[in-house]
Design a protein around this ligand. Structure first.
Ligand code: NOJ
Length: 561
């Protein structure tokens, strides 16, 4: 079936933190091979692997220096061949991470490009002369703070980098660059890779007039509309589809910060021949103060109604026109139960509630490693964070510009930092929770120190655990047409309250009401539908009476109506 990705569940692996097979404190490909039976047992269909290619690891592999070679810390090219083959034997497809908005500054193309304007690789990157006073060509900022431009002595020009200065942006206007990218995609697809997650793909086309952002406040550098959805974006993606994707039976998901549902339709309407789905950021941004200089570190209290509003819009606007990628967690986001829920008293219930919301909606669900066992955020001292995003933001916002106090920054880091999701996967109660046999001091990042931390082993041993719920949800989705691709979705609003969250999925004569109440008390709402048999539920069952449904506290379910 060509649209297999519509009925698939994807599991994201962040390889360095998943399973270390050789005791060096760093997860690797052979560790993933070892855990294939675990993944098969969970019932997932596809693995998305965060980047495993050669890299100086300035941004944990999102800075690639050789696209055709596996980074030695992860293993060898042969290990990768074996992983693809064994995953296929387990009925699991492998999707790789395509990081082609930028490369590492140690990539041979950049090494040559910076040497001179006459190099064959001169235009592989985006170079600009300084302004008359020697300053940056414009006021574009880097997502990791400071200017997006770095002056290079060797070449006597600035190069553009939307991320760290070790991640120079490729020049997609150059046809040869595009061809190089298509070739490297074919290299891995010919080896059996089943598709691509495309890193910040919405940023590849830049406005060639390189306009300044309007100075709306005292800031020196800005990030915003010029950083994504540029003028030739869809032309480039369509070309990539024609040159590569259309020739393979593969799936694609583009990371698309700054996209609206309307933009998502441009990417994912099958008639336009671009991508299968994109990751939106709209729901991920509901807990930040819009426009703040402190960006994601400017916390705004979570409001479930806002999450419902955004999800409803995406579900409704893409229905029949495109396709959603459903996610609450990944390697860039904190653990959802710590961020928007309860990760103590109701840890399991809250995680089950989020899983129910996710797996009931229309789109392809993504489970991030550890989400299926309810892993939680961590709270490290500020100087122990690994992530370049935290380290740069601390220097820029706390130390240099003093726009946020150290205390508020720490709170925000505990709530939002990417390292929350990057601490190692917890397998069992052995050394380092079974992640690695290395001494704790050799781990590339510390474990969650919580002595009651959940582990896969504990979760698998308890019959009604979160792990088993997720497994059930995956299976149920596969066996109910209302929950699959054609299943229409209608949100049922219980006044304007937060809980319950309720929607109806339907296809043909099958109708399923999904209801979630993660609140500490029961909720009653008006609803014409009458829940009959529960296809799946946790907590006490919902009850209908006189056109109203009462949903017990800490419960959720899929009910036939
Ligand atoms: C998005 C990736 O998910 C993130 O981890 C990375 O830092 C940036 N893109 C830059 O590649």
């Amino acid at each position: 079936m060509k649209d297999w990705w519509k009925n698939s569940v994807v599991y994201q692996i962040y390889p360095r933190s998943f399973k270390d097979s050789n005791g060096d404190g760093f997860g690797d490909l052979r560790g993933i091979i070892e855990k294939l039976p675990y993944l098969q047992n969970l019932g997932i269909d596809v693995i998305w692997l965060s980047p495993v290619f050669d890299s100086p690891q300035d941004d944990n592999g999102y800075d690639i220096s050789d696209y055709r070679k596996i980074y030695a810390g992860f293993g060898s090219n042969e290990d990768m061949d074996e992983l693809i083959q064994k995953a296929h034997e387990h009925g699991i497809k492998i999707v790789l991470d395509l990081v082609v908005n930028h490369t590492s500054d140690e990539h041979a193309w950049f090494v040559e490009s910076r040497k001179s304007k006459d190099s064959k690789y001169s235009d592989y990157y985006i170079w600009k002369d300084p302004k008359a006073d020697g300053s940056e060509p414009n006021n574009w900022g880097s997502s990791f703070c400071g200017s997006a431009w770095e002056y290079d002595e060797e070449r006597g020009q600035y190069y553009l980098h939307f991320y760290s200065r070790k991640q120079p942006d490729l020049n997609w206007e150059n046809e040869t660059v595009r061809k190089e990218i298509y070739d490297l995609m074919k290299f891995w697809m010919d080896k059996g890779a089943d598709g691509w997650r495309m890193d910040v793909i919405a940023s590849i086309s830049k406005d060639q007039s390189f306009p300044d952002y309007p100075k709306t406040d005292g800031r020196k550098y800005y990030t915003g509309k010029y950083h994504s959805n540029g003028p030739r974006l869809h032309e480039f993606i369509h070309e990539m589809n024609r040159e590569v994707l259309s020739k393979y039976d593969c799936m694609t998901v583009g990371e698309a910060p700054g996209s609206t549902p309307e933009v998502a339709r441009l990417f994912t309407d099958p008639e336009r021949e671009e991508l299968n789905m994109i990751f939106t950021f709209e729901h991920m941004n509901i807990d930040r103060i819009p426009g703040s200089v402190n960006r994601k570190w400017a916390l705004k209290p979570f409001d479930l109604r806002e999450l419902k509003r955004v999800m409803t819009q995406w579900q409704n606007k893409l229905y029949g026109k495109g396709w959603n990628a459903l996610y609450f967690e990944n390697h860039d986001q904190p653990r959802v139960i710590s961020r928007w829920g309860n990760d103590t008293t109701y840890r399991e219930e809250c995680a089950k509630a989020y899983a129910t919301v996710l797996h009931g909606m229309q789109g392809t669900p993504y489970v991030y490693q550890g989400e299926e066992i309810g892993m939680t955020n961590v709270q490290f001292p500020l100087d122990e964070y690994e992530d370049i995003e935290v380290r740069n933001a601390y220097q820029d916002l706390v130390i240099k510009n003093k726009t946020i106090s150290e205390d508020d920054f720490r709170k925000a880091v505990w709530n939002k930092s990417r390292d929350n999701a990057r601490v190692p996967m917890q397998w069992d109660d052995s050394t380092n929770a079974g992640f690695s046999s290395a001494p704790a001091s050799d781990l590339y990042i510390a474990m969650d120190p919580d002595k009651d931390r959940p582990t896969a082993k504990k979760e698998m041993a308890a019959p009604d655990s979160l792990y088993h719920e997720v497994k059930k949800l995956i299976r149920i989705r596969q066996s109910h047409k209302a929950l699959q691709s054609r299943g229409k979705i209608t949100f049922v609003y219980a006044e304007k309250n937060a809980y319950p969250l309720a929607y109806i999925r339907e296809a043909g004569d099958e109708k399923i009401l999904v209801i979630i109440n993660a609140a500490a008390e029961a909720k009653t709402f008006a609803c014409d539908a009458e829940p009959k048999e529960a296809i799946y539920n946790f907590g006490a069952a919902a009850e209908a009476k006189n056109g109203k449904i009462t949903v017990p506290a800490q419960s959720a379910g899929f009910y036939r109506i």
